[in-house]
Design a protein around this ligand. Structure first.
Ligand SMILES: [Zn+2]
Length: 583
């Protein structure tokens, strides 16, 4: 492997003068090889050569005190990275006197990892065992390694898990299982440090979230191999898989996908950044697959891969992608990912105009409002015609304008949280708008509702104002329906391939229609669509699908200026709307 040119990638103006830097007695590399014992002997870079570059980078960031750097590592599983991370944590405490936080998604994982991994590592090293103090040990998760410097092993399932102790360096293991708000919050624990280095690592779970988003936001270093036979220089094994695997004499080996000659992945590989400029801002990111590590037997990789292919189960392939290729693949837990989005793209642009086929729209309302309108083609294909983010102060007027321009057959708008505004739109377009109210386990239904006011004296419930339509449905069922329709192989959703900010957000939001396991009241594990993420266009698109499903089959367009809306309450035609062709 080429010698890494670290001076070029660590180049920051706030670097302290040499005398202010902390000098370790031993380099991190030597410390790992001398003090970190694994079950099969001392730690070694043999077969794990690509990790050496990352180790040297982390060492330089710490020794040179490059403040506020972040190293994000999207990694395959079972590649020895945890051993390395343990070594980094112990080296920083024992050799440099930093306070280190090693975080897990929850306390149980933290104490189990402490008992199974940290304790034996310390006990097997005379140096570390000798520095270990018994004082202040908290359920085996707090370790003092001399001079009042601490290593904290903590779970982040509750915010209080990380409150008490200031830290200089944080390692966040299983980063994809740590809730985003908690991961952001941990940074506050390093406010008083002069180092403030965060190292996050995880197998990537979902596309566009967690460690994969951190990888995307960073320098995106990939391990590229050069083929000495044909000269191709940019072979990324996990990307060209399975074309980079071939059988020779009954055994699988890594080959050039171009000329199929054997590759020298140790001697001819190097880390190449897609966005090297981001390293000046301290945003380093790496992707390490099992395929680029010589220690991982190619036969075992292919056994797993062929097993996943044979099973035909997308979740089996998802596990393979995450654990061996270090590719995000949430399987059925993330119905819409980059692959699905590319498949939806067609050559057209969004246009604010009527179309020859009926248009249905949906609005996700909140701090901002998100509008989605789609054309429904005769073969069942849906085509996005307009998407817009709008200010919630002026959204009623803006949605009115969009409805007048698009002349949709029907639309569904969130009833909450902007209840008064949403009702205004329902009054204004009584034949073409219904409000949406999620109800757990509820069948898809549309009912008539009316504002009810309670008397201040006596407490009588008085209906007031015109009636409006309200759709009730289970949130998970609605999102599942939207995702299934959108990814249908023959008549799925179509999106314009324009590279606009709006389409970027549409893609990001669709990818965020992810599911997470949740325990039901009865203790069963259910998969629920995650809440509280940036998924607004996805929610609006789901409402557009509901609008089509509940819309009466023939629906003339009708607009009532808002002041006249009150008069239509007695209109028979309006009252009949609730008995159309739906449940
Ligand atoms: Zn080649």
């Amino acid at each position: 492997m080429k010698t890494p040119v670290l001076d070029q990638i660590i180049d920051r103006p706030q670097r302290p003068a040499a005398k202010e830097r902390k000098k370790p007695r031993r380099s991190l590399e030597r410390f790992l090889e001398e003090e970190i014992h694994t079950d099969s002997g001392l730690f070694s870079f043999k077969g794990h050569e690509p990790l050496l570059f990352i180790v040297r980078l982390i060492e330089r960031l710490i020794v040179d005190r490059v403040c506020d750097a972040r190293v994000a590592i999207a990694k395959a599983e079972q590649i020895g990275f945890s051993t390395l991370a343990i070594g980094v944590a112990l080296w920083a405490v024992a050799e440099l006197g930093y306070n280190v936080g090693y975080f897990f998604p929850d306390d149980k994982m933290a104490s189990e990892f402490g008992a199974a991994r940290f304790n034996p590592t310390i006990e097997r090293s005379l140096f570390l065992a000798g520095r270990m103090k018994d004082a202040g040990v908290d359920r085996g998760v707090l370790k003092e390694l001399g001079d009042g410097k601490y290593l904290y092993l903590k779970g982040l399932n509750t915010l209080k898990g990380a409150i008490a102790n200031p830290q200089d360096l944080q390692l966040l293991d299983e980063f994809d299982k740590i809730p985003a708000n908690v991961a952001r919050w941990t940074k506050g624990r390093m406010t008083h440090s002069k180092l403030r280095l965060a190292i996050r690592f995880s197998a990537p779970y979902a596309d566009g979230a967690g460690i994969h988003k951190s990888f995307d936001d960073g320098s995106q270093r990939r391990f590229l191999v050069k083929c000495m036979a044909c000269g191709r220089a940019d072979i990324c094994l996990e990307e060209s898989f399975p074309d980079c695997m071939q059988v020779f004499n009954g055994t699988w080996v890594r080959v050039c996908p171009e000329c199929h000659k054997k590759l020298d992945i140790v001697g001819k590989g190097e880390w190449v950044a897609t966005h090297p400029e981001r390293e000046k801002d301290g945003l380093y990111s790496f992707r390490i697959s099992a395929i680029s590590l010589g220690a991982i037997d190619a036969n075992l990789i292919m056994k797993d891969y062929l097993g996943a292919v044979e099973s035909g189960d997308p979740d089996e392939m998802a596990i393979f992608d995450r654990s061996k290729r270090a590719f995000p693949n949430a399987g059925a837990m993330q119905p819409i990912g980059d692959v699905e989005l590319r498949r939806m793209e067609r050559d057209y642009v969004l246009k604010l105009a009527r179309t020859s086929h009926p248009i249905f729209f949906g609005v996700d309302a909140g701090n901002a409002c998100w509008f989605w309108a789609e054309e429904f083609l005769p073969d069942g294909t849906r085509r996005l015609v307009w998407a817009e983010k709008m200010n919630s102060d002026s959204w009623v007027e803006r949605v009115t304008t969009l409805i007048e321009k698009l002349q949709p057959r029907f639309g569904v708008i969130d009833k909450k949280p902007l209840l008064t505004d949403s009702r205004k739109l329902a009054y204004r377009f009584p034949k073409n708008v219904a409000l949406l109210d999620f109800a757990n386990n509820h069948e898809l239904t549309m009912v008539e509702e009316q504002l009810v006011e309670e008397d201040t004296i006596g407490g009588a419930q008085n209906p007031r104002g015109p009636k409006y339509l309200c759709v009730k449905f289970d949130r998970d069922a609605a999102l599942a329906k939207f995702c299934a329709e959108s990814t249908h192989p023959d008549h799925g959703l179509l999106l314009p391939n324009e590279r606009s900010r709006t389409m970027q957000l549409v893609g990001d939001h669709l990818k965020n229609l992810r599911k997470v396991p949740k325990k039901s009241a009865a203790g069963n594990e259910l998969h629920r669509f995650i809440d509280g993420v940036e998924n607004h266009f996805g929610m609006a698109g789901m409402s557009a699908v509901l609008a089509r499903l509940v819309a009466p089959s023939i629906q003339p367009f009708a607009f009532f200026p808002i002041d006249d809306a009150i008069d239509i309450a007695g209109d028979d035609d309006f009252r009949d709307l609730g008995r159309g062709g739906f449940v």
